[in-house]
Design a protein around this ligand. Structure first.
Ligand code: PLP
Length: 433
């Protein structure tokens, strides 16, 4: 057997700590601002929405933060460490001298990287005596992961699902409900904000910004209810770093050094989790990694947006974050990569891009689906449309290697499978995108 076809770690190699990029990023991060006073947020202001432990992580500058044993056990039970594969048939099809590897985050029960943080967030909320969680979901992966984690730690989960996805992906609702979650199409008539949007824009496709406002509104009104966010915030980036730490060990096992690291970006969490441990080496050991974040050209926050303070939601209820943004009123066109349709970008990812440690590119959905078809035909995996953005970039890089006769090692993060996103594939196959 070829030794690098599937690189698997032992269960006890599952990371024991989260890695915090805020400890190593040279220029200090900009603090979140209170929406009313525009002064830096007092961490205790956030206690209506989040448990204290997560707020501590949000503002932490500690390099390593221990993963609680119960969380680590739950991560192991859902399949960590996840395998790293060599995409040898894709290499052959592209006739490239490059070596291509991908980290597969789609093999757990939820099918994406999202449970890495959902489990941690549900755990810390449960520890603090919280009984209900509210959240938003775009394509449905986050709502699925949080419903799953809620079931593990006995929390009731209420999910506001962006209307366009609610309609495109009806079975997503069924999975969430099977885990005990309650799902509403957003904007909904359950909240003041939802009702106000519905009265002004009855035909809106919805947006993550609107759904976040609805979830935050309900959490702020009840003591036993907290809010959980699936991306963007520092503590979410932190929880996802189990991905990159595993990849580092896996590459070491086969004595491989990466040249190019690629991930797609919606709010930035799978990219952060995959790339931040490598970014640490880029900053401290001056490693020459090319780190690329890929976004859809329909929601180009880092390639076309501004780097400034903006709200995380549409209603302006959340603190202001310093990030790349298209403006909190931006409603992206109904693109199939629902998980990438967010107006902003994680402050840590924004800062890494702004400081030149990572670069970003944007692609159209048609070229992305085309790349994904080649990946399915060669590697046998139907990727999530979000992850397909990383595949497209990887293929472009591998083709560049063929032209330049360079044998680079390219590693990308396959953030999830696309078996719940077949509507998009169907429309692509019919030429209707
Ligand atoms: C949610 C999601 C994304 C986008 O979110 P990030 O926070 O940027 O990772 C990407 N891929 C999949 C499969 C997702 O579920």
């Amino acid at each position: 057997m070829t030794k690098d076809i599937k690189i698997v770690l032992d269960v006890d190699e599952t990371p024991k700590n989260y890695y915090n990029l805020a400890a190593d990023l040279p220029s200090a991060l900009h603090p979140p601002l209170n929406p009313a006073t525009k002064e830096p947020v007092n961490p205790s202001d956030l206690e209506v929405l989040f448990p204290k432990e997560l707020i501590k992580q949000e503002v932490s500058r500690e390099r390593y933060i221990p993963i609680p044993e119960e969380v680590r056990d739950a991560l192991i039970k859902m399949g960590r460490p996840s395998p790293l594969f060599r995409a040898s048939r894709l290499e052959k099809a592209l006739k490239t001298p490059a070596k291509i590897y991908f980290k597969h985050e789609g093999l757990n029960p939820c099918g994406s990287h999202k449970p890495n943080t959902a489990i941690a967030q549900a755990y810390y909320n449960m520890k603090e005596g919280i009984e209900n969680l509210t959240t938003e979901t775009g394509a449905g992966q986050w709502g699925t992961a949080l419903s799953y984690a809620g079931a593990l730690f006995d929390l009731d989960v209420m999910v506001f699902m962006v209307r366009v996805s609610f309609e495109q992906k009806p079975y997503r609702k069924t999975i969430m409900e099977t885990y005990g979650g309650e799902v509403f199409s957003s904007p909904s008539s359950r909240t003041d904000y939802g009702r106000s949007v519905l009265s002004k824009m009855p035909d809106t496709p919805g947006s993550l910004g609107i759904a976040i406002s609805e979830a935050v509104e309900l959490a702020a009104k009840d003591d036993k209810t907290h809010y959980a966010l699936g991306s963007v915030l520092n503590h979410v980036m932190l929880h996802q770093t189990v991905i990159g730490q595993e990849v580092q060990k896996q590459l070491k096992m086969i004595e491989e050094e990466p040249d190019v690291l690629i991930g797609c970006i919606g709010g930035g969490s799978n990219f952060a989790g995959f790339s931040f441990p490598f970014l640490q080496d880029k900053i401290k050991k001056k490693m020459n990694y090319e780190i690329i974040a890929v976004e859809p050209s329909s929601c180009p926050s880092t390639t076309k947006g501004e780097y400034r303070y903006d709200f995380g939601d549409s209603a302006g209820l959340t603190p202001l974050l310093k990030m790349y943004t298209l403006g909190n009123q931006y409603v992206p066109p109904p693109d199939h990569a629902g998980g990438l349709r967010y107006h902003g970008m994680a402050p840590l990812v924004s800062s890494a891009i702004n400081q030149g440690y990572a670069e970003s590119v944007a692609y159209d959905q048609n070229e992305v689906f085309k790349a994904s078809m080649l990946f399915a035909e060669t590697e046998g995996i139907v990727a999530a449309p979000e992850s397909a953005h990383a595949i497209k970039c990887c293929i472009d890089k591998a083709v560049e290697c063929r032209k330049n006769k360079e044998s680079k090692t390219i590693v990308f993060n396959l953030s999830g499978h696309g078996l719940m996103d077949l509507k998009g594939y169907e429309q692509y196959l019919k030429g209707m995108l």
